[in-house]
Design a protein around this ligand. Structure first.
Ligand SMILES: [Mg+2]
Length: 177
């Protein structure tokens, strides 16, 4: 059985700083127009602007020595071909969330729509969850329900992942019992 901690990776927010304003320093990022099939099926003729920093790929590969990297994103299986290839990542497993009704209906429940599914995927393994959306309600829910250590690591979608985030993730895993 794999006992490594899982690193659940969100795309929009941590890797793609979609909320960055013109004042934000995005050196290192490349801009990409993408048309993932799951998106164009709902928005014919429209593409997505995705900004990605290949340095994040190198940082994630370093963390892969400790964690199992797993996509935890609305991109689901499309994260490998559209995001991972740009970042220089090998194909990674992804969490299957099913259809994406949350795009049509705004969040009503205090609990994030990913939380229960991520807990089920993690089973009894420790995990870190890198995302821009979870709230204190998710932290409390995970603390009460998950039988192993868990880190909900929030990232500002205006800034994306930075050096301090990767350091925090490495240190958290190193401190696991
Ligand atoms: Mg996000």
């Amino acid at each position: 059985m794999d006992t490594r901690p899982v690193l659940f990776l969100d795309v929009d927010g941590p890797l793609n700083p979609f909320a960055a304003g013109p004042e934000q320093d995005l050196s290192g990022y490349g801009s990409h127009r993408m048309e993932p099939p799951s998106w164009t099926a709902r928005h014919p003729g429209r593409s997505l602007l995705v900004r990605l920093n290949p340095a994040h790929g190198a940082e994630l590969l370093r963390l892969a020595g400790t964690y199992e990297l797993v996509w935890g994103t609305t991109w689901q299986d499309e994260a490998n071909s559209f995001i991972g290839t740009v970042l220089g990542l090998p194909p990674l497993p992804h969490v299957h969330f099913g259809p994406v009704p949350f795009l049509a209906a705004p969040r009503a429940a205090p609990l994030h729509w990913k939380t229960r599914t991520l807990l089920a995927y993690a089973g009894r393994r420790p995990f870190a969850w890198v995302d821009d959306e979870p709230t204190d309600a998710d932290t409390v829910f995970v603390r009460e329900r998950h039988p192993a250590p868990a880190l909900l690591h929030g990232v500002d979608p205006a800034r994306g992942l930075g050096g301090a985030d990767f350091t925090a993730l490495a240190e958290w895993a190193a401190a696991l019992p």
